[in-house]
Design a protein around this ligand. Structure first.
Ligand code: F6P
Length: 370
């Protein structure tokens, strides 16, 4: 019997991570790469620093050993970028910021690698770009990553559960010091323009007042609640506020403008605004804690590890079926393929009739609206 020793060319895939990091990214990189290597004998390329690496051709081969031992690791082993949009790439020329369309170079670079799929792990910004690249001919599958949980087409994103659990622990710790000092304590949490993190951590930690962007607040309603608690002998109050919360008829508080970014507004600071107002109106000593990027760091929860593993391995099945132009999502605990076009339609905010809001109202939680 003659043995054909000609080695068949291995199928190749590439992975990138874009946007803000979160716990669970390495778990999903591991899931995609391990399954691709073990079950499909594929070669896996890791693109460095998100779309920046696509434009500048920065990548490395991910061997089995590179993705082994990273399940519990926070951050992303590939690095990420929040500003590198191939269709609007920021460049400084003689000190002046300019934007250039580098998408053709990006697509050429992807083609050079001869990959059968580019797996884009990201939130709304990264996946909207992924959708454009797909429309321009790149075979793409998306994976839903963000602490904000604001992606359409999926009930949950990995990173969210970890962020909620970190925020919950933080609020629990604030609770005891609030009680001891009879203070109003305000805890500001991230979440961009959606209130998922504030709602879930606020309910989990028993926040007395939860403020989310979807329900504009009235400061007098908040201070009435604080005063009412005081009269009842509860000489402290916990306010959990989403960074995107805003007063009725007012605006969100902007912390900074990142000019290089396609979504330049960075929110933050509402906690301090509220703190001053509450102290002035109630006369009660108030302190503000901003949890910020703490929510994006460290090891993922067991829930996020499992979610990331399920989503990542499903992506490899979809590559096998050539199901491109989709994000892998989770609906009612089942894996689903969601069109990237749907994901690119904009953020998923908390619906006003959400059962968690309803349950919280039933136990006396104030949302600042009535
Ligand atoms: O989208 C993730 C997120 O952490 C948001 O919750 C937050 O508004 C934003 O990113 C912060 O961005 P940066 O990393 O640029 O400070």
């Amino acid at each position: 019997m003659r043995i054909n020793r000609t080695r068949l060319k291995r199928e190749r895939i590439a992975i990138l991570t874009g946007g803000g990091d979160c716990p669970g990214i390495n778990a999903v990189i591991r899931a995609v790469a391990k399954k691709a290597i073990i079950e499909k004998d594929m070669e896996v390329i890791g693109i460095e620093d998100g779309y920046h690496g696509v434009i500048n051709n920065q990548y490395r081969i991910l061997h089995y050993e590179d993705v082994s031992g990273i399940l519990t690791l926070g951050g992303t082993i590939l690095g990420t970028s929040k500003t590198a949009n191939p269709y609007r790439y920021p460049l400084k020329k003689r000190g002046k910021l300019e934007f250039q369309d580098r998408s053709k170079i990006a697509i050429q670079n992807i083609n050079k690698h001869d990959v059968s799929c580019l797996v884009c792990i990201g939130g709304d910004g990264t996946l909207s770009i992924a959708h454009r690249l797909f429309e321009d001919g790149v075979p793409i599958i998306g994976l839903p990553k963000t602490i904000d949980n604001d992606l359409r087409g999926t009930d949950i994103t990995f990173g969210f559960d970890s962020a909620v659990s970190i925020a919950t622990e933080g609020i629990d710790r604030i609770h005891t010091t609030a009680q001891s000092h009879h203070r109003v304590m305000i805890v500001e949490v991230m979440g961009h323009r959606a209130g998922w993190v504030a709602l879930y951590s606020g309910v989990a930690a028993g926040g007395d007042i939860i403020l989310i962007p979807e329900i504009p607040y009235d400061i007098n309603v908040i201070t009435e609640k604080v005063n009412e608690r005081n009269k009842k002998g509860k000489r402290f109050s916990i306010v959990v506020v989403a960074e995107g919360a805003k007063p009725k008829g007012g605006d969100m508080v902007i912390q900074r403008i990142v000019k290089e970014s396609s979504d330049p507004i960075r929110l933050g600071g509402i906690g301090f605004v509220l703190g001053e107002q509450i102290e002035k109106i109630t006369g009660l000593e108030t302190r503000t804690v901003v949890m910020g990027h703490l929510l994006r760091g460290g090891s993922p929860t067991s829930f996020d590890r499992i979610l990331a593993t399920r989503l990542g391995t499903k992506a490899v099945d979809m590559i096998g079926n050539k199901e491109f132009g989709y994000m892998v999502g989770m609906k009612k605990n089942s894996l689903v393929a969601v069109l990237l076009k749907e994901v690119a339609r904009g953020p998923k905010t908390v619906p006003l009739n959400h059962p968690v809001i309803k349950a919280a109202r039933s136990v006396g939680t104030c949302f600042g609206d009535d």
